[in-house]
Design a protein around this ligand. Structure first.
Ligand code: 13P
Ligand code: SF4
Length: 345
């Protein structure tokens, strides 16, 4: 949560109390100046900063007013009265906030901040799939751009994907674009996952038609990684994000959205944890729970989330960079699909 401090020195002291295990003092002193300035200007402008769980610890614990997973941040974006909304996350998340808040300024502290899943599929790809499978409802993962959302009937996140699929009254469902998330949700909801070629018939019955998109971070984790860690730490609890392969999810102890992984570590008494997800999240958990032993298997950062820095967040507040816009015809259709998601509890 954002630091409340009257001076840079006080900001530094508060940052030191939380982050000294992770960040050396010399770096904290420089960052404290940025944090103080961001929080001051944020107040002055009546802005809110939403921060995804993957933000680096020096930003996540200091300037974000609300932190969370994609679903929680979408809900917050739908509720907030603040203007502008500064989204410390990737572009598709900031776009989602804009779709829900057309009259507010939504700012992304980066020029690109993409996502390998979002760039794996185009709106034209979705139109082709709908032509090939007429009448089959389309569920798109929130990790897609606005034009793809506009072609979809429903949006889901890792936190509600299975619940959303179960809420749809149709045996067959097109689920885009994450191959692994689709396979994991199919498994959880008792559907068969298929990746049919163009013109290939799809059997009747409970099926999910997928797309071969992947998260470039989560596809890197393997069953072998888990086996090696279990050999060294037999009591370890392994948590895998549902963007990991079905084999990795099957070999782990728990698989849910980033925020539910955070909760799991907080509430479990296990002696060690292994998180198969973006690495900054482990730092963020350690800062809040210094007594927990979170094992370091990885140094895998999402290069897109990593684009968001304190320097760019300050620049965003000062120079309004980068303003997120979504064409109105796309926004309205994308919002319908998003609203259906937000209605599922
Ligand atoms: P969550 O919705 O679980 O936070 O995931 C977002 C994401 O991009 C994971 O890679
Ligand atoms: Fe996209 Fe993967 Fe990065 Fe999440 S971690 S933003 S899914 S590339």
């Amino acid at each position: 949560m954002a630091i409340e401090a009257a001076t840079v020195q006080e900001t530094f002291k508060l940052m030191q109390a939380k982050l000294s295990k992770l960040i050396p003092d010399v770096e904290l002193r420089i960052k404290a100046e940025l944090v103080y300035e961001i929080n001051r200007r944020k107040k002055e402008r009546g802005a809110i900063i939403l921060g995804h769980n993957y933000m680096e610890a020096a930003l996540y614990h200091t300037v974000a007013d609300v932190v969370g997973d994609s679903l929680e941040l979408s809900r917050k974006a739908a509720e907030t009265d603040a203007d502008p909304i500064i989204f410390c996350g990737v572009r598709f998340m900031a776009e989602t906030a804009k779709i829900l808040n057309p009259n507010k300024t939504v700012l992304l502290p980066a020029k690109v901040a993409g996502c390998s899943l979002a760039s794996s599929i185009t709106a034209e790809d979705v139109r082709q799939l709908k032509k090939q499978h007429p009448g089959v409802p389309v569920v798109s993962y929130i990790n897609t751009y606005a034009d793809v959302k506009a072609e979809s009937d429903y949006i889901c996140t890792s936190g509600n994907a299975a619940r959303l699929v179960q809420s749809i009254n149709s045996d067959s469902i097109i689920f885009l674009p994450d191959e692994f998330l689709a396979s994991n949700v199919a498994q959880e909801t008792g559907k068969k996952i298929l990746f049919p070629k163009k013109g290939e018939p799809v059997p009747s019955g409970p099926v999910m038609i997928g797309w071969r998109g992947r998260c470039e971070v989560h596809e890197q984790f393997s069953v072998e990684d888990i086996q090696n860690i279990r050999k060294q730490f037999p009591e370890v609890k392994v948590l895998a994000h549902p963007e990991c392969s079905p084999e990795v999810v099957a070999a782990s102890d728990y698989s849910q959205s980033t925020s539910r992984m955070v909760d799991f570590v907080k509430n479990s008494q296990a002696p060690h944890f292994l998180l198969l997800t973006e690495c900054s999240m482990a730092d963020n958990i350690i800062a809040e729970n210094p007594d927990k032993d979170v094992l370091r298997l990885c140094s895998i950062r999402c290069p897109h989330m990593n684009e968001i820095t304190l320097e760019d967040t300050l620049n965003c507040l000062v120079n309004n960079e980068t303003v997120i816009e979504v064409p109105e015809d796309i926004r309205v259709r994308a919002k319908t699909a998003l609203d259906r998601m937000l209605a599922v509890r």
